[in-house]
Design a protein around this ligand. Sequence first.
Ligand SMILES: NC(=O)c1ccc[n+]([C@@H]2O[C@H](COP(=O)([O-])OP(=O)(O)OC[C@H]3O[C@@H](n4cnc5c(N)ncnc54)[C@H](O)[C@@H]3O)[C@@H](O)[C@H]2O)c1
Length: 265
Amino acid sequence: MSRLEGLRVLVTGAAGGMGRSHCERLADEGASVIALDVVQAKSELEETAQAVRERGGVAVTGVADIRDFEDLAAVVADCVAEVGGLDVVVANAGVYDTPGPSWTVDPAVWNRSLDVNLTGAWHTVKACVPHFGDGGSVVLVSSTAGIKGIAGASHYSAAKHAVVGLARTLANELGAEGIRVNSVHPGSVRTPMIINERVFANLCPDIENPTEADAAAVLSARNLLPVPWVDPVDVSNAVLFLASAESRYMTGCQLVVDAGLTQKV
Ligand SMILES: NC(=O)c1ccc[n+]([C@@H]2O[C@H](COP(=O)([O-])OP(=O)(O)OC[C@H]3O[C@@H](n4cnc5c(N)ncnc54)[C@H](O)[C@@H]3O)[C@@H](O)[C@H]2O)c1
């Protein structure tokens, strides 16, 4: 028996990176998938839906910016009606803007980080919870930056810490309804969010035009296990566990997938 047979899941930020991987992995285990992303990512979103269908799963796509609650709630309602209900929400969409010391961060960068990473997660839950039936699982994607401070990323780290506060509060509010709320904390993950020249340059300030290999050496040194990053599917496996009944008595927990980054001294 598949681990999510008969369940309907909604994933934000589903057009690529980890979001696509979550959709694929959850579909592998029998879930019907609502894949949501912003309008700029519409064609990639269709590729995610196609990947789900190739696995034999049902896929419905929705286009909305999670910063716009009214729009998001309307899109969620339409998609949920199409799949016939909702059992699992994965608030995955996020952004990682230009890093720099806290006192130099541009207010627009600060606001975008808080708006997408924190308020967007809150909007997602707010739009989805009314559609839950008997019980459910909410997974909020935070980061190791939601557990420890990351120099140069105050806008991101503050938002991702706040996501933990949101998850813990929701766990208290929704426990009596049988709805569990947990957060997932990836370390470095091999997605477009960090595999790009801007992040390489930030990781390797002393190297002119640093490559992926240069960045990998820096990131490897931060982990206990001998890898620079984990793959999206490693995080999707944690999401799958929290979505499934295998974690039925876990709520208000933080599940870390970081190759030991947060434990390294
Ligand atoms: N990649 C990493 O190393 C890493 C590490 C820890 C945590 N995370 C977190 O994991 C999650 C997924 O990250 P990723 O690496 O797959 O990133 P990504 O940049 O590859 O994908 C992010 C997705 O979110 C979507 N998105 C962005 N803003 C949106 C908005 N306003 N409304 C709707 N969708 C929006 C994008 O279109 C994109 O499809 C994020 O919350 C991120 O902060 C990533």
